[in-house]
Design a protein around this ligand. Sequence first.
Ligand code: PLP
Length: 330
Amino acid sequence: MTTTRRHVEDLQTPALLVDAAAVEHNLTAMATALPGRRLRPHVKAHKSTALAHRQAAAGHRTFTCATIREVEGLAAAGLGDDLLLANEVLDARRLGRLDARVTVAVDSEATIVAAAAGGVREVVIDVNVGLPRCGCHPDDAGRLADLARSRRLTVRGVMGYEGHVVGLADRAARVQLTAHAMQLLLAAHAAVGGDLVSAGGTYDCNVWATEIQAGSYVLMDTAYARLGLPFRQALSVLATVISVSPAYAVADCGLKALGMDHGNPTIDAAEVLFCSDEHITFVPEVPSRVGERIRVWPAHVDPTVAYHERLYVVSGDQVVDAWAVDLRGW
Ligand SMILES: Cc1ncc(COP(=O)(O)O)c(C=O)c1O
């Protein structure tokens, strides 16, 4: 989606801004570190086919998805060379209908039966590597692979999401726990076979996986910024100060415009007190004024983006493009 050039001041707030130069930097930095198929970008972080096209142009033509809607949207956008739904589904019929290469994660007999019944041809065995979420016990992976093959499914390998590790600011702890998680995944892979050993976002220290499903790197958030990775904060929410009191100011960017599960967002030269539905209350270092525009830096990119319909791409104070957040929904 393109837009006629306009100034950020003209945007209705709250508005999601993407810094054009920072995104380009992040795309290049990641494509240099993990070229081509070494990265399977996770689109859950941005939910935008426009941004997925840029990741493809940077050399990554395989993608990770979290929802059926994301798989469908990428396929419709001509990005269906190799799509992994890294999540369990119990009705795979929409996946089976797609004109794209679709692989789905399975971790139980029920999800294997659903994949086969839905017309999906390829699966990976999802292995629990320490995060209490989806994934089978590593010792059960071989049995599930045999079961999937008995249902005429091709087993491409294993995936294991080390989500309990990716956010650790202590790099030594991150390296150590990634190694442990990947030992579990490789043990499962030995029993499963296949070409893929697909892991989550520990891109800087994971030397075991054949591919990394990183997503946040391209837009970034303040939680990831703590890790000292070579990516720039590209995403902010533009807000307008709507009320000023002697002790604090209030802007129009609240819980309905921000993912808050990683804590409060930040505002430069200000202390954020709290967010409510439509408001953020903060203490600025220098007095604010009603009508002032501010940038709010989200703590968690994925749920923040999912609240918005479009990403306004900015260069300085100019809006140079607008990308639809067109992979929302289920
Ligand atoms: C299955 C899976 N893989 C990979 C990721 C990595 O995402 P990110 O790089 O945004 O942390 C996630 C994030 O939630 C995920 O759920």
